[in-house]
Every structure is written in structure tokens, then in C-alpha cells.
Design a protein around this ligand. Structure first.
Ligand SMILES: Cc1cc2nc3c(=O)[nH]c(=O)nc-3n(C[C@H](O)[C@H](O)[C@H](O)COP(=O)(O)O)c2cc1C
Length: 234
């Protein structure tokens, strides 16, 4: 039932340091019992950091949502980044840059049921989720969302949309009083369609214009990311 990453979902990293691409639209996917009661403050305590967590960077990434722990050299269709012998998803790379620049706290959105490690099986799985308008159950939970003023929400573009698990996350909380700032990585589609879908689904939410970085070159997006964050005041 739970996937390999169960032990990792507690990870709430508070980093200090810091990447955009333009938005465009054609789909191009390139080659390629419920939530716990963990809270931001608990996780901050674990990392020895206290203070107000008014900025939260919540992100969803494929490597942390697979059915089985991926071997560095053996993930089908992988374009993952290898950092310290660990596979790190594109979205996580960007999320960590945002955390470093803003001082925000990181939160990994993880589903109870992991996605197939085999890429083609994964894409078929994700297609079914869209067709069924699924809301996958999450096993991570931000108990102190009321403390958050600014929510960066990051995801890989899947079928020109946000993964359905991101919708589950957004529907779990009342976010009407928060600034919500999307960011995404993608194989060519850009963020526009995903951002438009979010704004359509959640008209009461205050989405700012998001940031998109191209898969496979996320590190290179850092200067653009920093400019975008600077424009936002970070
Ligand atoms: C199921 C699935 C669907 C995808 N659909 C798209 C798409 O419609 N457009 C696109 O540009 N990239 C698409 N991609 C590529 C991912 O958005 C891209 O590889 C992303 O950087 C992965 O981020 P991650 O490593 O953090 O999971 C898709 C990938 C998967 C697995």
C-alpha cells in the first residue's frame, strides 16, 4: 500500500539559496489510512528551526511518488537529476531554489498509492486519473496551513495539466486568504494551460502568474527564477 517514500514524507527542509522559462502551450511530454498528522512546526522542530512559516513551498514530484524506490540508474524514462547519489525530480530542484531564496519551508506532496516506476505504465495511470477526474488520496498533510500567507505550489506538467494529486492538495485547505504562486517543470507545454485550469477550477483563489522551467535543464533556469522571485519581492 504505502510506497517507498513513506519515510521521506516527513522531510520538511528549510533551506537558505536558489531558476524560468516562458510559457507556451503545445503538449510535448518529451521522451520521456490517510494522512498523517505531521505539521509544519513539528517538522521545523525536527530540523532545529523555529519561527513563523509564512511561506510554504509545497511541491509534487515523480521520484517521491513512485511505487518502488528508484535505483539511480534504472528508472524508465528518467530525466531525473542525480544529487548525492539520489534521484531528485525537476520540480524538487526548483522548489529548493525557491526555498533558499525566500526562506520558505518545503513540503513534499505525496500520494498514498505510488505511481508505476515504468514510465509508460505511469503515463497510462496518469491518463486514467485525468479521464476519471480523480483526486488521489494524499499521505502528507499540512496541519498548520492557517499559518501560511504565501503558498508556492509546484508540479510537473502532466497532460498539459497539474497532476490530480495537486488538486487534492489544493482542495484540502481553505486557501482563500493566501497568495498562491504556481511553478512547474515541463517537456515543452509550458505552464499556461495548467495555470488556466487551476484558476478556472478555483476562482476564489488568488493565483499569481507562475514560473515554468524546461525539463532536463532546470538548473539553467536559476537566473530566470531569481528574476521572477525578485519581481515578486523576494
Ligand atoms: C504522466 C506524464 C505526463 C506528462 N505530460 C506532459 C505534458 O503534457 N507536457 C509537457 O511538457 N511535459 C509533460 N510531461 C513531462 C514532465 O512534465 C517533465 O518531465 C517534468 O519536468 C517532470 O518533473 P519531475 O521530475 O519533478 O516529476 C509528462 C510527464 C509524465 C510522467
Amino acid at each position: 500500500m504505502n510506497k517507498w517514500t513513506k519515510g521521506l514524507f516527513l522531510t520538511m527542509i528549510f533551506l537558505a539559496g536558489c531558476s524560468s522559462d516562458s510559457m507556451n502551450d503545445e503538449p510535448d511530454i518529451g521522451t520521456t489510512e490517510t494522512s498523517t498528522s505531521d505539521t509544519i512546526t513539528q517538522q521545523m522542530r525536527e530540523t532545529g528551526i523555529d519561527g513563523d512559516a509564512d511561506i510554504l513551498i509545497a511541491y509534487f514530484t515523480r521520484p517521491e511518488n513512485l511505487e518502488h524506490e528508484p535505483a539511480v540508474e534504472a528508472v524508465s524514462g528518467s530525466s531525473f537529476n542525480v544529487i548525492d547519489d539520489t534521484l531528485v525530480g525537476d520540480v524538487q530542484v526548483i522548489a529548493e531554489m525557491i526555498a533558499e531564496q525566500t526562506g520558505g519551508a518545503l513540503f513534499s506532496i505525496q500520494t498514498e498509492v505510488g505511481y508505476p516506476n515504468v514510465y509508460d505504465e505511469h503515463t497510462a495511470f496518469a491518463t486514467r486519473e485525468v479521464e476519471e477526474d480523480a483526486r488521489p488520496t494524499l499521505m502528507t498533510d499540512v496541519a498548520e496551513m492557517t499559518e501560511v500567507d504565501v503558498l508556492f505550489i509546484g508540479f510537473p506538467v502532466w497532460w498539459n495539466r497539474a497532476p490530480r494529486a495537486v488538486l487534492t492538495f489544493l482542495e484540502t485547505y481553505d486557501l482563500t486568504d493566501k497568495q498562491i504562486i504556481p511553478f512547474a517543470t515541463h517537456g515543452g507545454s509550458g505552464l499556461t494551460n495548467s495555470q488556466n485550469e487551476l484558476q478556472t477550477l478555483y476562482p476564489a483563489y488568488d493565483f499569481l502568474e507562475g514560473f515554468a522551467a524546461r525539463a532536463g535543464s532546470v538548473e539553467e533556469a536559476e537566473p530566470n527564477l531569481l528574476n521572477w522571485l525578485d519581481e515578486l519581492g523576494y
